[in-house]
Design a binder for this molecule. Structure first.
Ligand SMILES: Nc1ncnc2c1ncn2[C@@H]1O[C@H](COP(=O)(O)OP(=O)(O)OP(=O)(O)O)[C@@H](O)[C@H]1O
Length: 500
């Protein structure tokens, strides 16, 4: 899954809504088998497992092979300093000279025995600043969950995220703890907050890691901070395990093009990237002969359309050669002309959903494609908010249609049509509608829409525009109306009258 996020995100994404609806559904009683046992707290997250980092600790981009080995615990390797150096990946070896690599996927059943051991250890008395835990206390692991980490950072006076009342999360360092409150050094002063408003922060060494799963603490401010640090140096992609998080850069970033395609294809690069996601999908399709899906989700303006195009460009480069890849790519300007519009959030907002299927032959070459569209916002044609536009195609047609076509359709400027001028927005900054119309005509030719069908489509669009200019007047007390004989009705050629 690939998820895209806008930095100015304030509304819930469709993904969040989907998760929420799944959660609500799960709340209803169901006739289902008993749930799996709760996933035990990882030993690595317990205070007793924490050690300081070695002085020469470094993070390398490459994930070592031993971590991608998801065989059982018995196959874990003992990693001495020599292996750490050789692997170039030391981010997971927190200050230990000999640590075992954890398998990436943990089964709760496999780990039950370990959980019991942890609980035994936690039942031993421990002198925390926030209150002593005695052997008579219930197991810490069950009672406090994530608070274990807070207790630990409070005790060790480490870096924390704190949220003063009515404020945002801020990074600071514990100065002192008194009862349920802690005093924290911030960059611009000192603040006292309740322990409930404190979350552990990650060590500096984990600043800006490629994969959020490498973070010791996966709380909200830590995740957002990591993504923001990366975004600040144009690293708009971050992994969250198998998911790619993409943040819209709202500017040109130098992450695409042939050189990047080759680099990802030849595995010379392995930084998080939509190319890497497309590459994995392609490779797994070829290896397992199983269809692959890339789901792109995010709020309006997050960058889904652009991301989908980038993924398609990569797949077209991989499976190109037959010429069909160009046709597949050329569907984008057509779909955008007829289905995208300027909204207050996004100058090129897709007002429909789409499922694009790209078919590959056994040799990995593209041999076809199918695009299904859903739920086009039809009401936009007749009404929309001020400052928004109708579908691009109307403005493109008025601005870019060649004179003979204009004459045949009796086309005027966009500002003469009620349906277009009503929302006080006829143009988009830095967008040349006339040029876009020529790109559209080329795309229509490329995907082999014949000239007659093109002309019919343009005639229908002109009909819609003229229909919007037809007006009526009330002729009696019973609110009967008749058409006003103005240009709107007089300009209608036969095709419009049939529609009317
Ligand atoms: N990777 C990117 N590089 C540069 N600019 C981008 C990138 N992704 C998005 N943008 C910019 O953000 C704008 C909005 O992106 P896009 O149209 O893809 O959002 P969307 O999620 O599809 O929105 P909607 O749901 O409204 O259709 C684009 O027109 C483009 O200017």
């Amino acid at each position: 899954m690939l998820s895209t996020v806008s930095p100015t995100s304030i509304t819930r994404s469709s993904l969040e809504e989907m998760l929420e609806s799944l959660r609500r559904r799960d709340e209803k009683p169901k006739d289902v088998p008993p749930a799996l046992p709760a996933r035990p707290t990882s030993r690595a997250r317990l205070p007793s497992a924490r050690r300081s980092l070695p002085v020469n600790f470094k993070i390398a981009n490459k994930r070592p092979e031993y971590l991608s080995n998801d065989s059982g615990r018995d196959e874990k390797k003992e990693l001495g300093p020599a292996i750490e150096k050789e692997s170039g990946f030391e981010g997971v070896i927190l200050g230990s000279k000999k640590l075992k690599a954890e398998p990436p996927v943990e089964s709760p059943y496999v780990r039950m025995a370990e959980m019991e051991t942890c609980e035994e250890r936690l039942e031993e008395p421990e002198d925390l600043d926030s209150g002593a835990v005695t052997s008579s206390s219930p197991p810490l692991i069950q009672e406090r969950g994530w608070d274990d980490n807070v207790g630990y950072v409070l005790k060790k006076k480490l870096k924390v995220w704190c949220r003063p009342p009515n404020a945002q999360w801020e990074l600071g360092k514990i100065q002192s703890v008194s009862g349920d409150d802690a005093t924290i050094f911030l960059s611009d002063g000192v603040v006292t907050v309740s322990n409930e408003n404190i979350l552990p922060a990650n060590p500096d060494i984990l600043e800006g890691v490629d994969d959020l799963l490498q973070l010791s603490y996966l709380n909200e401010p830590s995740v957002l901070h990591n993504i923001r640090q990366r975004y600040a140096c144009d690293k708009i992609y971050t992994k969250a395990g198998p998911i790619l998080v993409a943040i819209n850069p709202f500017k040109a970033v130098f992450l695409y093009g042939n050189d990047f395609v080759s680099a990802y294809r030849q595995k010379l690069k392995d930084n998080p990237h939509v190319y890497a996601i497309a590459d994995t999908a392609f490779n797994e399709m070829m290896r397992d002969e199983v269809n692959q899906s890339i789901i792109i989700s995010g709020e309006s303006g997050a960058g889904k359309t652009e991301t989908a195009k980038i993924a398609m460009q990569y797949l077209a480069a991989l499976g190109g050669g037959s010429g069909i890849e160009n046709e597949v790519l050329q569907t984008n300007p057509i779909l955008e002309a007829f289905g995208n519009a300027k909204t207050l959030r996004n100058d090129n907002s897709s007002r429909f959903g789409k499922l694009t299927e790209i078919y590959f032959g056994t040799t990995g070459k593209i041999c076809g494609a199918k695009i299904q569209t859903f739920l086009l916002e039809k009401s936009r044609v007749v009404q929309r908010a001020k400052g928004e536009r109708s579908y691009h195609i109307f403005y493109q047609l008025c601005a870019g249609a060649p004179p003979p076509l204009k004459e045949r359709l009796n086309l005027k400027e966009a500002n003469e049509y009620e349906y277009l001028k009503q929302s006080d927005c006829l143009t988009i900054v830095d967008v040349d509608d006339a040029r876009r119309f020529h790109i559209l005509m080329e795309a229509l030719d490329t995907v082999q829409i014949c000239k007659e069908d093109q002309e019919n489509a343009f005639a229908m669009l002109a009909a819609v525009l003229w229909l919007g200019n037809i007006s009526f007047s009330v002729i009696d007390n019973e609110n009967h109306v008749e058409v006003v004989a103005d240009e709107g009705i007089e300009a209608c050629p036969p095709i419009y009258l049939v529609l009317y």
